[in-house]
Design a protein around this ligand. Structure first.
Ligand SMILES: C[S@@+](CC[C@H](N)C(=O)[O-])C[C@H]1O[C@@H](n2cnc3c(N)ncnc32)[C@H](O)[C@@H]1O
Length: 368
């Protein structure tokens, strides 16, 4: 057992301490706290550990109200008040931008989530011995769950009655209902639009903040009725449909066939006629386009843009790019690859995932 003082927080919300100059990462530990710890993993350049006793607690610490915290690994910041979580995420973005030579880009105040708990409209439960639960982070250790602080309470209320069969059970909910059936679609309302979404198609997990996120995308797009917009990684057509009333035309590209089926249905449902969808890889489909594109919205998975997609983007050379990202590290990597040709005008972080270390960002880029 060792005694250490926590110096700061890392990008995953873990406390950082030092033992003989070697860094130790400690979940559920706050700057200024003096704690007794046990080392759980020893690597060449750093160690990982867990706190056994809190000898001096931070004044910022709040008691976690979840019986599975922190072992389930889904939340990392439940011991921090929400206002401090927002400060932490904004600071983390500032540090990442500075470290990757993007520190001069104006970073706006982070937009907080209207819901701080029970915001998730989708979950994938693991199944073991007829029970639903989660795997501990980075492990296959199963934790049965009877209720989760991040999940929509309609999902929590049905956990006991869900069929715990197969390897996994995916559940999706909206304001009125839940489904775990592949052939059933759930309807979401964002602003004046409605979106039908199949169980496995992508939809933003926290629909309380999604109207704010899409509103900022539209603002950054500076749309005009002369614009032809490419909505890359368009999912069920959400963002493209959301901006369609302010531009000449939208083209959506998405590789998931079911999501593209939803997208086409959503265009009809919302009476949007100036939108077209293509199913396939973002880079490959974009390279086939004949039309002149003025603006591109990019909302890729965590891996960000691959080289082919980035090259196509630079070849299309739109006047405006709006980049929506759920992974700060691939976001700064891609911004650095775009910054020779584009001014990066502004970035706004969004707290799509309260109580976790994750942060969503939107950047507005303008052709030099
Ligand atoms: C973060 S989601 C964005 C969805 C949509 N913009 C929204 O807000 O609902 C990323 C989407 O990219 C799709 N995707 C992943 N890799 C892709 C690829 N190589 N080409 C095209 N789409 C891809 C996923 O299926 C997913 O729907």
């Amino acid at each position: 057992m060792k005694r250490v003082k926590i110096e700061s927080l890392d990008h995953q919300g873990r406390g950082i301490a030092r033992i003989d100059h070697k860094i130790v990462f400690l979940p559920n530990a706050l700057p200024g706290e003096i704690v007794e710890i046990e080392i759980t993993k020893e690597k060449k350049n750093f160690s990982e550990g867990k706190v056994l006793h809190y000898l001096e607690e931070s004044k910022d610490r709040i008691p976690s109200t979840c019986p599975y915290y922190p072992s389930c690994g889904g939340c990392q910041l439940l011991h921090i008040p929400y206002s401090k979580q927002l400060e932490y995420k904004e600071e983390k973005m500032r540090n990442i931008l500075t470290r990757y030579q993007l520190g001069d880009i104006p970073l706006k105040k982070i937009v907080g989530s209207p819901k701080e708990t029970h915001y998730r409209n989708k979950v994938t439960f693991q199944v073991q011995n007829g029970k639903l639960g989660y795997f501990e982070e980075n492990s296959y250790h199963f934790i049965p769950i009877s209720s989760c602080l991040l999940l929509d309470n309609k999902i929590n209320d049905t956990i006991k009655s869900l069929p715990a069969k197969g390897e996994k059970v995916v559940v999706r909910s909206n304001e009125k209902e839940i489904t775990y059936q592949k052939d059933k679609k759930i309807l979401y309302t964002i602003g004046k639009y409605q979106f039908l979404v199949s169980l496995e198609s992508f939809f933003q997990v926290n629909d309380s903040i999604t109207p704010l996120l899409y509103g900022k995308v539209k603002e950054y797009l500076h749309p005009t009725l002369e614009d032809t917009v490419l909505d890359l990684y368009c999912g069920t057509g959400t963002i493209g449909i959301f901006v369609s009333d302010s531009v000449k035309k939208v083209i959506g590209i998405e590789k998931c066939e079911e999501a593209i089926r939803n997208a086409k249905e959503n265009a009809l449902l919302n009476h949007v006629a100036n939108i077209e969808f293509f199913c396939g890889d973002a880079g490959i489909e974009a390279s086939k386009l004949k039309e002149s594109i003025t603006s591109i919205i990019i909302d890729p998975p965590r891996s960000g843009l691959n080289k082919q997609t980035l090259d196509i983007l630079l070849k299309i050379s739109p006047k405006k790019i709006v980049y929506v990202s759920c992974d700060p590290m691939t976001f700064v990597r891609d911004l650095n690859l775009l910054k020779e040709d584009y001014h990066i005008e502004e970035i706004t972080p969004f707290d799509m995932f309260p109580n976790t270390y994750h942060v969503e960002n939107i950047a507005f880029l303008h052709k030099k």
